[in-house]
Design a protein around this ligand. Structure first.
Ligand code: PLP
Length: 413
């Protein structure tokens, strides 16, 4: 493709993206097609000769888009956001072999990779001290709200499955890890001759947005010479606002800290920022050794563009606005006696029917295609899509309450 063709295709691509954003609200948020529908629509093999861009665009519109769940839709309230912003377009395709954003910081693809990388580093550090044969004695601590990425990382790192302590949390501590519970588990493992070596705390857990007590856990980890990782994949972005920074008080005790710029920081997937306590001995850091792959994408460029094109003030208002919208949704919940904030529709004395009731409501809402919510044991509406405004919050509330005959069958009174 020559420069003029690139210009022409680039313009058409930008038109295509702009048109998509313009009409995004006209699509069902959650894809309404059956799994596997695309196999019948697409050829079995890739074309031998080049095809024209218009044909490809047509295929995307007619065949691919119906199978897409629109994560950028302002009516998208499921899981956590996976943000895009227009600034990414400029930084999208750059490639670089190595890249870094300062001593101690390295950009990974995902929070899962970040957790794996630091767990491997911590494992090797302790094994150098206690000997390789002690792998079976190494113990990892986290809460039952911790993302499953930790369990996966333990599996890959060869940590014995019975040595991952998934410690119980409950509503009394807002689903945060209890220092007492962690201390007891460590003491009991030490008495059994095991080697506690890694604590993973979370700031903003996936299911409940719980915040583990960072400062206390950091001190505990230090006292027992353990690696302390903080997974702030989702909520870390909020720390750009000074008023939310207290959630990471004590972060200086951490050996590593990760946050996903691709979740709530307007940076396109993938961009997971990881800070690691760098050894002072190594004046030169080779970032290819701080990750799983050798080659690196130029992820810092898109983050840099987001920072420069938005500016800190706008990024702060962006986060504050989402928190305001979430509070608006909270008010709608608390003003309706049929709902209980933080625990959805569970009748306290009837857990089985409570689950049925909540799942019925969730199915009714999602099958409309109007908005998309995801389920969790304890809460469900995550505000974070860049285009979400007050009116979408109102609709999100009205969808379950008024739009569905199917809800009549669910006795929510
Ligand atoms: N940690 C937390 C707290 C998360 O919420 C998530 C995903 O939602 C992850 C880790 C995994 O993120 P990634 O997809 O970047 O691996």
């Amino acid at each position: 493709m020559d420069a003029e063709q690139l210009r022409e295709y680039g313009h058409r691509m930008v038109d295509f993206i702009a048109d998509y954003y313009k009409s995004i609200e006209s699509f069902p948020v959650l894809s309404q097609v059956k799994p596997g529908y695309l196999t019948e629509l697409l050829p079995e093999s890739a074309p031998n000769d080049p095809e024209c861009l218009q044909d490809i665009f047509d295929d995307i519109l007619q065949k691919i888009i119906p199978g897409i769940t629109h994560w950028q839709s302002p009516d998208y309230f499921a899981y956590f956001p996976s943000n895009s912003s227009s600034s990414w377009i400029l930084g999208r395709n750059a490639q670089c072999w190595i890249e870094h954003c300062g001593q101690g910081w390295v950009i990974q693809g995902t929070a899962s990779e970040a957790i794996l990388v630091v767990l491997l580093a911590a494992r090797d550090k302790i094994l150098r001290k206690v000997g390789k044969k002690s792998l079976e004695k190494l113990v990892v601590y986290a809460s039952d709200q911790t993302h499953s990425a930790l369990q996966k990382a333990c599996q890959i790192a060869g940590i014995f499955p019975e040595n991952l302590r998934v410690l119980k949390t409950d509503l009394t501590s807002n689903y945060a890890l209890s220092l007492e519970v962690v201390s007891e588990a460590i003491s009991s493992d030490l008495s059994a001759g095991l080697i506690p070596f890694f604590i993973c705390a979370t700031v903003g857990t996936t299911s409940s947005a719980a915040v583990d007590p960072i400062s206390e856990l950091g001190k505990l980890a230090k006292a027992f010479n353990m690696w302390f990782h903080i997974d702030a994949a989702y909520a870390g972005s909020a720390c750009i606002c000074p008023e939310y920074r207290h959630y990471i008080d004590g972060v200086e005790e951490a050996d590593s800290f990760g946050m996903n710029a691709h979740k709530w920081f307007l940076t396109n997937f993938d961009c997971s920022v990881l800070w690691v306590q760098a050894s002072q001995e190594n004046a030169v850091v080779d970032f290819k050794d701080w990750q799983i792959p050798l080659g690196r994408r130029f992820r810092s460029l898109k983050l840099w563009l987001v920072l420069r094109l938005y500016g800190v003030a706008n990024l702060q208002s962006y986060i504050r606005n989402h928190i305001r919208l979430a509070e608006q949704f909270e008010q709608l919940i608390t003003s309706d006696s049929r709902f209980e904030y933080a625990s959805a529709l569970f009748p306290p004395n009837d857990q089985d029917n409570g689950y049925k009731l909540n799942h019925g409501l969730l199915d009714a809402v999602n099958s409309s295609g109007k908005i998309f919510l995801s389920h969790t044991g304890i809460s469900s509406c995550a505000v974070g899509a860049p285009l979400t405004e007050d009116r979408h919050i109102k609709t999100a509330w009205q969808v379950p309450l008024s739009d569905f005959a199917s809800l009549d069958r669910i006795d929510i009174k």
